[in-house]
Design a protein around this ligand. Structure first.
Ligand SMILES: Nc1ncnc2c1ncn2[C@@H]1O[C@H](COP(=O)(O)OP(=O)(O)OP(=O)(O)O)[C@@H](O)[C@H]1O
Length: 591
């Protein structure tokens, strides 16, 4: 961000070729402001006509009518110009909003998958949507209004000096004082305050979502809102900063409004002082009348400009938040791409720790998963199995050592190509709200319907397709059609089969399956893993007995390795786990 523009300039850099249109919109808004001042002048001249009648002249009805019509004409032109200004500024604002959203989404597409664990999709969506909307509001409405208010103010100041500088100048000094007091009393830290305030608001919204997600737990365990201490604290923090922000504005606002609204306290005595030196009563009343009509309009414009300052700060803060996404570190692409010829996977002295943790999740991990063979990762909860598996498709970059495919460091393989080489079956796969056909086709977008059906068949999905109203064309998530955990898992295996990648990573893929489903998932695996390099994270030891190699993990490293029979003979960690596993199974049967 160092050599990047900031604030409003930064927002405008997303306008692209529409930037000129915004200048046009601001010019139109400025011109429309001049037209909208016009009726004030007309009212002034009409009032002069009426005062002349009091001073003994004949009523000039035609002149009054003319001023009225003139005022109406000016107002109409002003409104039309203002409409055109807003139309133009909206076009620019929508483009900026769209470009900001696209830039953020494009940037996210190149973020490592691990980034989305720390920044869940809901949070990112909120940051992108809400902040880009905030910039849209500022560009579409507030920026043209600001120009209009500035033009009105400048014109007002000129008129005030031209009509009678002896009354005009003291009024201008008074308004200047109000403006100065307001900006100095509201403090130089208001931008910082705005940031903290918006942070607190964001945290509160996020905690509210978390609270609602966990509402089932709250109900089942009869807990209260207070039991969700994080949500409660977030509300309290927001309250604290909202109040602090309001209080920080208090002095400046009060001083400004008090001075501006008491302008008559200055206008009346100065008017009378000037009146004594004015040759005729008519001249005095005429110029005094101008200030009576015009000074409230100037006060309104000043007020508008004052509020604009806070809207501007809000828009700048919104841009800063989107920039937090746009400047987050992407995974670098290799300068000289390399491609493996074979697909064995090697971990060479790999160490990796998650952000904000001081303990590595895997530490000096070294092993080789042979091509065409099954390597199983087992171990107690938290021993680092899933972390090791997630390093293969580069969900995270290792801090030390290297993960290699066919002897090539995965950081040297372009990400798109690496993704084509690895199929990852998650513990908790997600289906899109789309037809099953498209959900499976996500594995290979160019696949034909027949190929998708074949993959579904190999993944044991025939019974799922049969029971759905439109078979493979049924939309998941609509009209109450959902799949069970085990069924979803089989669809995700069909997706992986279709992808036909040479390396398959299975992360506890049978974790949520019942015995019937587990049997089907195991059969589905047969269709997926034939002749592939398979790395399988497993809790249920029954699923790894036939693996070519079993790696037993402990504290992020390998405690022992071998085939099932080797490890049983060895009577170490695995033998204990196997023993415990059998006791559990037996306990289930007996009970
Ligand atoms: N996103 C994360 N951020 C920070 N720490 C994490 C994250 N994911 C896992 N860890 C930590 O890393 C260590 C290894 O976790 P990992 O999930 O790899 O273990 P595991 O053997 O797969 O466990 P399980 O069998 O329970 O899934 C644990 O101490 C865990 O708390």
């Amino acid at each position: 961000m160092s050599n990047q523009s900031k604030g409003i300039k930064r927002i405008l850099s997303f306008a692209g070729r529409y930037r000129g249109l915004l200048t046009f919109a601001r010019c139109l808004s400025g011109i429309s402001a001049l037209f909208i001042i016009g009726p004030f002048i007309c009212v002034y001249f009409a009032a002069r006509e009426l005062i002349a009648v009091f001073l003994g002249d004949q009523l000039n009805g035609q002149a009054l009518l003319n001023w009225g019509l003139f005022a109406l004409g000016l107002e109409l032109v002003g409104v039309v110009l203002y409409f055109l200004a807003l139309l133009s500024s909206h076009i620019v604002a929508f483009h900026i909003q769209k470009n900001l959203q696209m830039a953020a989404l494009r940037h996210l597409a190149h973020m490592p998958i691990g980034y989305f664990n720390a920044n869940p999709s809901g949070k990112l969506r909120k940051i992108i949507d809400e902040n880009s909307f905030q910039t849209e509001t500022f560009i579409a409405h507030q920026l043209p209004d600001l120009t209009g208010a500035q033009v009105t103010l400048i014109a007002g100041v000129c008129f005030m000096i031209i009509f009678d500088w002896r009354i005009g100048v003291p009024l201008i000094i008074l308004y200047g004082m109000a403006f100065y007091l307001q900006s100095s009393l509201m403090g130089k830290n208001s931008a910082e305050f705005m940031r903290i305030y918006q942070d607190a608001q964001e945290t509160m919204n996020h905690e509210a979502v978390e609270y609602i997600r966990g509402i089932a737990v709250v109900k089942v365990f009869g807990q209260t809102v207070k039991s969700f201490a994080k949500f409660h604290n977030a509300i309290e923090t927001y309250k604290k900063y909202a109040l602090a922000y309001t209080m920080s504005c208090k002095k400046g606002m009060v001083a400004f409004n008090a001075i501006v609204n008491s302008s008559f306290l200055v206008l009346v005595p100065i008017g009378f002082l000037v009146g004594f030196t004015t040759p005729t009563l008519r001249d005095f009343i005429q110029s005094f009348l101008f200030y009576v009509i015009f000074s409230p309009a100037c006060a309104v414009m000043l007020n508008k400009i004052m509020y604009m300052t806070s809207y501007k700060m809000q828009a700048e803060e919104s841009m800063r938040r989107i920039d937090m996404i746009l400047t987050s570190k992407q995974q670098p692409e290799p300068a000289i791409p390399q491609y493996p010829d074979t697909y064995e996977v090697a971990f060479e002295d790999v160490t990796f720790a998650y952000d904000n943790t001081d303990h590595p999740a895997v530490s000096h991990l070294t092993f080789m998963a042979k091509a065409g063979a099954i390597t199983a990762l087992v171990g107690h909860s938290g021993s680092g199995k899933s972390t090791a598996a997630s390093l293969i498709p580069r969900f995270y970059d290792v801090q030390d050592g290297a993960v290699k495919i066919g002897g090539v460091d995965i950081r040297e393989i372009p990400q798109g190509d690496l993704m084509k080489m690895v199929a990852f079956v998650f513990q908790d796969p997600k289906l899109f709200k789309d037809s099953l056909l498209e959900n499976i086709r996500a594995g290979r977008p160019s696949a034909t319907r027949e190929e998708v059906l074949k993959a579904a068949h190999l993944a044991q999905c025939d019974d799922i397709l049969k029971k759905l109203p439109n078979g493979i064309d049924t939309i998941i998530g609509s009209q109450g059609i959902y799949l069970s955990g085990g069924e979803t898992q089989r669809i995700s295996i069909a997706r992986a089969i279709l992808k036909d990648a040479p390396i398959v990573v299975l992360d506890e893929a049978t974790a949520y399956a019942d015995p019937e489903n587990e049997h089907q998932i195991q059969k589905a695996f047969d269709g997926l893993i034939k002749n592939k390099t398979v790395i399988m994270v497993a809790h249920r030891l029954s699923t790894v007995q036939d693996a070519d190699q079993i790696l037993v993990m402990k504290n992020g490293a390998i405690a022992e390795s071998g085939t099932h029979s080797d490890l049983i003979k060895h009577q170490g960690e695995y033998a204990k786990m196997w023993d415990n596993y059998n006791k559990t199974v037996q306990w289930h049967i007996e009970s």
